[in-house]
Structures are given as C-alpha cells and as structure tokens.
Design a protein around this ligand. Structure first.
Ligand SMILES: Nc1ncnc2c1ncn2[C@@H]1O[C@H](COP(=O)(O)OP(=O)(O)OP(=O)(O)O)[C@@H](O)[C@H]1O
Ligand SMILES: [Mg+2]
Length: 392
C-alpha cells in the first residue's frame, strides 16, 4: 500500500527501488534489504537501493552474475535461499565475501518479474549472523511482495505512457487547430492582400487604407487564435448563451472573410436551437466551416457556396455545399482528415459527397450524451451516409 500510494503521489521509477527495499525490510524481518537491477553488461548487476545494516557500503555495489546468489535468481528467475553466507561457496565474489560474509548469515533473494515475464531485477534480504534463517514460506512471502512492488512499478510505467500519449494528443490537437483555424486565415489574408496590390493603381487611397486596416484587424484575430491554440484555452463553456452568441459571430466573420479568396459571398443559414451548442463543439463548428470554405476557395472553382448549421434535438449538422468541379480522385491529406478527427472526437462523422457539379461536405455529431454513435435512422445521417459513387 505504501508503494502504491507513493506511485499515486508521483514517485518516479528512481524513487521506487529504495522504497521497495525499505518496505521489504520490516516485511521480511531482515536486517538488510537490497535491490539489484541489470546493467548494460550482462555479467553484472547494479545495486540502486540498499536499506538497513551496512546499507551505505552496499549501495551502488556492482554484483557479478557469476559468484553471487543474486545472479542465478536473476538469470534463472528462481528464488535462492542460503543459511550462512560465510560457509556457502556459491558466494565466490571476493568483495562480497569481505563486505557481507563477516556480518550476514542467512538470506534469500527473489527475482522481480513483471506480468510479461520480463525480469526487472532481484530483491535480496539477509539477517546478521546468529539470527534464525529463512524458510520456504519466507521465500513465498518475499516473492509475493516483489510481485506487488512490480504492480506498483507497472502502474508508474503506465502513468508515464499515459502522460506521453496525452502529450502526443495535445500535439495533434495543436496541429489540427493551427491548420483549421490559423493557416486558412493567413492564406485568406494573403489572397486579399494580392487583391489589394492588384487594385492599388485604380482604387482611391482612402479605400485601400480601410481595406489594409481591416486586414490588420484580421491578423490580430489570427494572433489571438494562435495564442488560444497553443495554450489550449477555449472560450468559457458557460453560459451557453454567450458561447453560442460568439459562435454565430465567429461564423459570420469566417464567412465574411472567405468572401475575398472565394471572389463571392457565401450564404450562411442557421436552423434549430443552435443556442444549445457548447463552447468546445462551437470551436469545432467554426473550424469545419473555415476549412470547408478554404477548400472551396482553393480547389473548387465554384461560383456559389452555401453554409448551413442545423441543430436538431439529438444532433448538430454542418453542411457546406459548393457548385464547383468536385473533388475527383484524391486522398484526404490535411484539412479533411482533421475534420474527420474532429467529428470522431464527438462520436460523429464526416461525409463528403462529390459530383462534377459540386461538393457537399456534411459534418454531423450527436449533441446529447455522446456515448453511442449517432442514430443511423437520422434523416441527416442517412442522407450523408447513403452516398453513391464519389462519396467518401
Ligand atoms: N470543395 C472542394 N472542391 C474540389 N476539390 C476539393 C474540395 N475540397 C477538397 N478538395 C480536394 O480534396 C483534396 C484534399 O483536401 P484537404 O482539405 O484534405 O487537403 P488540402 O486542402 O489539399 O490541404 P490542406 O487542407 O492541408 O491545406 C484537396 O487537395 C482537393 O484536391
Ligand atoms: Mg484543405
């Protein structure tokens, strides 16, 4: 329990071996407890932890696999028991004889093996000469103790892996958010700047200045998006009214900004109680619309695009339909793959229906208790999933 508590309190692997030795000492009634672990040299073990009598001499001691009893315990994975170190000729390593044998008589050591059978080290204990020796029951007790200690160590390893996974997921999220929220905005700003440059000779200076200043405002927004993305901050999820209001406004901004690169104004429609959309979902909706419009501007050669956000009781659907040339033979590289990941995070789905006369992107997620996939009888989803050739 003490070891498990230490693991839960955040003790790293380096802190665990000493704790295992420290706990093994009273548990076995021994006078010295030490942990030996493998090194890069298969002939030698190291001693990262020793507690009890003469611990300071033993800590850090190199232990040979040949000439000690820790060696066979480690190599064969079998417990070793001895009555008197001084007379047991299996202890042939001279420093061990001179350091240990004068003081310690009986002892035992057991392999520390994880659940996959990997040998992590050896736990050894000994008593000073003259005290009663250990028996098979003591060996069984120390073995089960070592197993418990391994469980705690595995818990620690899993926690480290979970943390690693969390970091990787966070990196994915940042990459996704940068792609969907930031890069397309910068791209759109670049296109608008090109337009301004082309018009510089004919447009009145005052108008050019106004357009440039509005772009400066947009770049401020992009900087804010980058900050939000990197710090993982999202607009406050409560109250809903506020976050939905900002989602409407953000969508209006996105749609308006897309007008430059598109060369025409997209239409935007809200249906149903979109007020109930939470802030996290709202962020994803904005990302979906932004990426879909960026794709239309860059790939579709369209003359019209319609954005529709529909909230029914059970699900939220975003549909972006353009009248461009369709997707054709292509793989989903960046944006579309991100949008799929955003849908799957909410247990929803992305469907892209493409024809030579246009592309319709449908992004649907359930909005109540996302424990199951959205109901397939939903008319929205049925329409999105029942796509013929050309759908993905
Ligand atoms: N509305 C669309 N009309 C025509 N083709 C499209 C449309 N949307 C996507 N495509 C095609 O699908 C491909 C994949 O789109 P996706 O968004 O995954 O990547 P991308 O836009 O090329 O790159 P990124 O999004 O990383 O900038 C595009 O390269 C393009 O060929
Ligand atoms: Mg894209």
């Amino acid at each position: 329990m003490e070891i498990t508590s230490a693991v839960l309190a955040g003790a790293g692997p380096d802190g665990l071996w000493p704790l295992i030795a420290k706990s093994a000492l009273p548990a076995s009634g021994a006078d010295i407890a030490m942990v030996m672990v493998p090194t890069s040299d298969p002939d030698w073990l190291a001693t990262p932890a020793a507690v009890g009598e003469r611990a300071e001499t033993l800590l850090g001691l190199p232990v040979p696999v040949d000439g000690s009893l820790a060696g066979p315990a480690f190599v064969k994975g079998q417990p070793q028991l001895w009555d008197d170190m001084a007379t047991d000729d299996r202890f042939s390593y001279p420093p061990a004889r001179s350091l240990l044998a004068p003081f310690f008589g009986p002892g035992m050591c057991v392999p520390v093996v994880d659940s996959d059978g990997e040998r992590l080290g050896v736990l050894g204990v000994a008593k000073v000469r003259g005290r009663p020796g250990f028996d098979d029951q003591d060996v069984a007790m120390l073995t089960s103790f070592a197993e418990q200690a391994v469980l705690a160590k595995q818990l620690d390893d899993h926690r480290a892996q979970a943390e690693q996974l969390r970091l990787l997921e966070e990196r994915d999220r940042i990459a996704r958010d940068l792609h969907d929220h930031v890069i397309s905005e910068v791209f759109a700003t670049g296109i608008t700047l090109q337009g301004i440059a082309a018009a510089a000779d004919v447009e009145p200076v005052a108008q050019l200045r106004r357009r440039l200043l509005s772009l400066v405002g947009r770049l401020d927004d992009v900087v804010a998006e980058i900050r939000t993305t990197i710090s993982g901050l999202r607009p406050s999820p409560v109250p809903h009214q506020q976050s939905t209001g900002s989602m409407r406004q953000r969508l209006l901004d996105v749609v308006q900004n897309a007008g430059g690169p598109l060369g025409f104004a997209p239409s935007l429609h809200f249906n149903g109680p979109v007020e109930l959309i939470g802030a996290t979902l709202a962020g994803d909706v904005v990302a979906v619309v932004r990426e879909a419009l960026s794709n239309t501007a860059r790939h579709a050669h369209a003359t019209a695009v319609r954005v529709e956000v529909t909230a029914s009781g059970a699900e939220l659907a975003v549909r972006v339909a353009d009248n461009g040339r369709g997707i054709g033979d292509t793989t989903h590289r960046g944006g579309l793959r991100n949008l799929r990941a955003r849908a799957e995070r909410h247990r929803g789905m992305l469907a892209v229906c493409s024809h030579p006369t246009g592309t319709t992107l449908t992004w649907i997620v359930p909005v109540t208790r996302p424990a199951t996939r959205p109901a397939t009888h939903s008319p929205e989803l049925a329409a999105a999933t029942g796509l013929g050739a050309g759908s993905t």
